[in-house]
Design a binder for this molecule. Structure first.
Ligand code: NDP
Ligand code: BG6
Length: 506
């Protein structure tokens, strides 16, 4: 579909503000997340987007012994081209341990020297791209060395970004939160869910609340059901150690999928800011139908990929125990018990080594109340489906019925399809660019509060408990699926039992 974006006064809001002078300190700078996501995001901000302040430097930190030149080379390898060069000139590295006072003292000295040289005024963003068990000890060490001490309003700012997973269940998330709260104030702590940094995820709110057209249908009167799919082609890759102890419920459902669900199902917040969004998301989490043993057995499907067209099975991946019972796939039928959504099923699924990489949210509307096109009944007409394509091929699609050229009563389904890339002649920036920028700007709108993380765990905790008590296999038997397929047949049955089918795949 051809779309010409009109330049309107609201485009003024597109002006991107860059942060003031500051330093970024990257813990775990030698790691995978740093190399694949964080360094390229910083390079893009330094290069074509010109959004890093003039007074800025990046200091990598970790146990791997690297010189400044080694780290700069790592940066240019991770980010080829002019953007990487632009960043590499402002990159430094400090070798040191994570729970080691001497290392943090050396870090403090290095920071002081670089801050003077680059005129960053003591403003610091610490990014902990580290295994989760290190979040608390590192924050405590930073605080003990005085590196995160900040005087609100007057002094330089000190912020700390922690990656996911934030705990591995309700209890450990609470414990982590309490430890961090002893050394950091809430406005200093940024809990990332990188899905919230994706343009297309932010667009869910724009679509819903910057347009009048969708609001009247966004409820049980018009919507038959909602499907949220986060399908990955990749397998466990090199992250077997982390993933096998985690599984997709903890890795994807507790955070990314629940956030997508919240954005789709919540009510309109009064403002687009962190507190207002959080309040609506918390209300939404409150309305989710709690898990009972009967529902866990009936409304959840756990799967694990075996050998298939896309390659080896999970249990033969490097680093995975041959008898692993970790789920690489989960499908769930959820209900939001409130006036807006009563009775509307929300089907969620996510998995690794599926047929196609696609993240989308599809709202299927109810049939028309009466068909004037006899002999067709309302159910004979394909329903309208509104699809928000989060990635790849980001866009929006609406399936409608239309008159086809030919005989008088000749109808077929037609797609109104808008691709963001074509419409705006630009690729959406990587989520980490948005989130890193927001950390430096001090904007927590797209980050998670401790309470939100806690309530997300609280929602899934009965499932984790039931799996632990009965052995996950006892209550939710692990269903095999071939690598490269659309998941286990039992996930198709979850919808078939309701007279529905997944929009994509089986
Ligand atoms: P890595 O396994 O690559 O570890 C990052 C760095 O942590 C390492 O380079 C290492 O640096 C240091 N480290 C300290 N202790 C250990 C240890 N016991 N085992 C391994 N490394 C250690 O992790 P990622 O970069 O993949 O992930 C970092 C964080 O980001 C994690 O919390 C992860 O869950 C999260 N995350 C990662 C994603 C990804 O795609 N990679 C996606 C979303 C979240 P050194 O040896 O130099 O000290
Ligand atoms: C991460 C998970 O949070 O998200 C990974 O830990 C997963 O297992 C990744 O692959 C998916 O992110 P994206 O942006 O590629 O959809």
């Amino acid at each position: 579909m051809q779309v010409t974006p009109r330049i309107t006064t609201t485009d003024l809001l597109c002006l991107e503000r860059g942060p003031g002078p500051c330093a970024a300190i990257l813990f775990g700078a030698s790691g995978d997340l740093a190399r694949r996501k964080l360094l390229p995001a910083l390079a893009a901000l330094a290069g074509e987007r010109r959004l890093l302040p003039e007074h800025f430097f990046l200091l990598g930190y970790g146990r791997t012994p690297l010189t400044d030149a080694d780290f700069a080379r790592q940066v240019t390898e991770a980010c080829p081209g002019a953007a990487g060069q632009a960043l590499a000139g402002r990159c430094f590295y400090q070798t040191g341990g994570y729970d080691d006072a001497a290392g943090h003292a050396a870090l403090a000295a290095r920071l002081a020297e670089l801050e003077l040289r680059f005129g960053t005024g003591g403003n610091r963003a610490f990014y902990l791209a580290l295994p989760p068990e290190l979040y608390a000890p590192v924050c405590e060490r930073l605080a003990a060395a005085g590196l995160t001490t900040a005087t609100p309003a007057t002094g330089p700012w000190r912020r700390v970004v922690v990656e996911k997973p934030f705990g591995r269940d309700l209890r450990t998330a609470d414990e982590l939160d309490q430890r961090l709260a002893r050394v950091l104030r809430p406005e200093q702590l940024y809990r990332i869910d990188h899905y919230l940094g994706k343009d297309t995820v932010q667009n869910i709110l724009m679509l819903r609340f910057a347009n009048r057209v969708f609001a009247p249908i966004w409820n049980r009167d018009s919507i038959d059901h909602v499907q949220i799919t986060v399908a990955e082609e990749v397998g466990v890759g090199h992250r077997a150690g982390y993933f096998d102890a985690t599984g997709v419920l903890r890795d994807m459902c507790q955070n990314h999928l629940l956030q997508l669900l919240a954005l789709v199902a919540m009510d309109a917040p009064p403002r687009f800011d962190a507190a207002a969004l959080e309040a609506e998301k918390l209300r939404l989490l409150d309305t989710l139908r709690p898990w009972t043993p009967a529902r866990i057995a009936a409304d959840l499907v756990r799967g694990q990929y075996g050998a298939g067209p896309a390659g080896a099975g999970y249990c033969t991946e490097p680093g995975v125990p041959a008898d692993s019972a970790t789920e690489t796939y989960l499908a769930a039928r959820l209900f939001v018990d409130d006036w807006r959504w009563a009775g509307v099923p929300f089907y969620l699924r996510t998995g690794k080594r599926l047929a196609k990489r696609v993240t989308e949210i599809a709202l299927t509307l109810k049939p028309v109340p009466h068909s004037i096109f006899a002999p067709l009944n309302p159910e004979d007409l394909a329903p309208n489906v509104l699809v928000m394509r989060v990635q790849p091929d980001e866009g929006i699609e609406l399936t409608i019925q239309a008159k086809r050229p030919g005989p008088k009563l000749c109808m077929s389904a037609m797609n109104l399809d808008v691709s963001y890339r074509e419409a705006f002649k630009a690729d959406p920036p990587d989520a980490y660019q948005r989130l890193l920028l927001d950390v430096m700007l001090g904007d927590q709108t797209l980050f998670l509060s401790g309470e939100l993380v806690r309530r997300s765990w609280q929602f899934w905790q009965p499932v984790l408990d039931a799996w632990a008590a009965a052995g996950a296999d006892g209550i939710c038997p692990l269903q095999p699926y071939p690598a490269g397929s659309w998941g286990p047949p039992a996930a198709a049955r979850l919808l078939a039992d309701d007279g529905r089918r997944w929009r994509l795949g089986a």
